[in-house]
Write a protein that binds this ligand. Structure first.
Ligand code: 5AD
Ligand code: SF4
Length: 465
């Protein structure tokens, strides 16, 4: 048993990152066994789940979409806000119930929640029916943990700075677009955020390994890659041989049709990067640029390292230099002791930026982070009112931005049949607008020209040309 430790997770030494090139393992295969995998949280988790699926299917497990059919349940969890926790513990209740009927059912919990000391302890003390717990640093040990499981709870969560594992295989959800990790972890330590503790220090993959993965995806017919990192544009700062801008340029030169990247931190957004995005047609003009707050006072207490003015300058520079760019953001309301003036500053910058979209959250204290210790006299009611007011404003601009596309022609990479309307296809424009498309022919996997016929707040409708 190995339990996580927040103090160790916070540690940052000057030790070099270890690159581990994993070798294929010969494991005992299972037959007639099904797994149910549920993923919470961000794109990293979605991508980690693609690794988990590959590992399980390689062992002989078959995926199932009905919890009741499963022999193995895996919850890949998120720790970013308390409501993510609540959802997972709620789901564990269902697993407990199922275990009473299905004695051999194995329940696993992994991901960011597993990395939290308090959660691991809670699982140890109050949830003995959660059989296997592993963290974000040891997904590659999944097969071993399953093989050695003897009916007694096994918690194996490491808290250390982390390594970089290569030769990871994925069962990708799509054959059209793919996630590609370019770095792991985060060293920014925004005071509200648990990620630097749950994902370890910033570790960049070597450019050669990334480019090989992208070239393999191109050869396999993929049209789009999204380069992934908690702080994607800080890529390379720990390698001192390549910057994110240069990596982006090299990926563009693989000639893959579309390149995206998430998530950028304003602090690391270089002019060199803006120039590269503007120069290459296959780097999509879409930037997710978390603002978090418009108040200098709050930004400082969040340790975001920029001011309202600096964010605006960067925003305007990006808008000016990258043709037809769409910019979305993340905003937190109700950070400890956020005053009415602080919140007014957030509304003001939202009015100035007119974001294409924004993910908005009420601040959620995370145990072990500095902000969780800050005094907070703002009531939940006030925070909820602020969120509502912010959302109303944000939605207004989402609609206004989408309306610009009415009767315009846009290029859409078509991903599949629309979930809401089976007679339509769906895909995304170059600048990440969701479009539902009418077409008499199957256009899945193609980049097509679409005429926009209707604009809503969160999607567009159109006809293939
Ligand atoms: N409370 C609320 N929102 C948070 N985020 C990160 N940590 C917290 C927290 N403790 C938000 C930030 C980040 C997004 C992924 O989640 O806005 O950009
Ligand atoms: Fe969290 Fe800040 Fe790192 Fe983003 S940059 S993962 S918000 S600590």
């Amino acid at each position: 048993m190995k339990l996580p430790n927040l103090k160790e997770a916070r540690n940052r030494t000057s030790q070099n990152v270890e690159y581990v090139y994993l070798k294929p393992q010969n494991k005992i295969k299972v037959s007639n066994k099904k797994y149910f995998l549920k993923t919470y949280g961000c794109q990293m988790n979605v991508h980690d789940s693609e690794e988990i699926s590959y590992r399980l299917e390689n062992l002989g497990y078959e995926a199932c979409s009905n919890l009741e059919d499963a022999d193995l349940v895996i919850l890949n969890t998120c720790a970013i806000r308390e409501n993510a926790h609540d959802k997972v513990f709620g789901f564990l209740g269902r697993c407990k119930h199922l275990k009473k009927i299905k004695k051999d059912l194995i329940v696993c919990l992994c991901g960011c929640m597993a990395q939290e000391e308090s959660v691991a302890l809670e699982l140890k003390e109050k949830y003995p029916y959660v059989d296997i717990v592993f963290g974000t640093h040891n997904i590659h040990e999944l097969e071993e943990m399953l093989e050695s499981y003897e009916g007694k709870q096994d918690i194996e969560v490491y808290s250390y700075e982390g390594k970089v594992y290569e030769n990871i295989a994925y069962k990708r959800d799509s054959s059209i677009k793919a996630w590609v990790n370019i770095m792991y972890g985060c060293d920014k330590f925004c005071t509200y955020c648990i990620v630097p503790y749950t994902r370890g220090k910033q570790r960049s993959r070597k450019a050669a390994d990334i480019l090989k993965e992208v070239n393999d995806l191109v050869a396999a017919g993929y049209q789009e890659v999204t380069l992934l990192g908690q702080n994607v544009n800080a890529y390379g700062k720990d390698l001192e041989e390549i910057s994110f801008a240069r990596l982006l340029e090299k990926v563009a030169q693989t000639n893959i049709a579309r390149i995206r990247f998430v998530t950028s931190h304003p602090w690391d957004f270089s002019d060199e990067m803006i120039d590269v995005i503007a120069k290459y047609d296959n780097i999509m003009p879409y930037i997710h640029l978390p603002l978090q707050s418009g108040s200098d006072n709050v930004l400082k207490r969040m340790n975001r390292r920029y001011t309202k003015k600096e964010y605006l300058e960067l925003f305007n520079k990006i808008k000016k230099k990258i043709k037809n760019v769409a910019i979305t953001t993340d905003i937190i309301v109700g950070f400890p002791n956020e005053s009415d003036e602080d919140f007014a500053d957030t509304l003001d910058i939202v009015r100035k930026c007119e974001f294409d979209g924004a993910f908005t959250f009420i601040y959620s204290p995370r145990e072990g982070t500095p902000a969780a210790l800050m005094a907070d006299d703002i009531s939940l009611r006030v925070k909820e009112e602020r969120l509502q007011e912010l959302n109303n404003l944000v939605n207004l601009y989402s609609l206004k931005n989408n309306q610009k596309y009415l009767n315009q022609e846009v290029k859409v990479l078509v991903e599949g049949i629309s979930e809401k309307d089976e007679t339509k296809y769906f895909g995304y424009t170059e600048n990440m607008k969701l479009v539902n498309i009418t077409s008499s022919q199957n256009i899945i996997g193609e980049i097509v020209n679409v005429k926009i016929t209707e604009a809503k707040s969160f999607s567009l409708d159109g006809e293939v040309l």
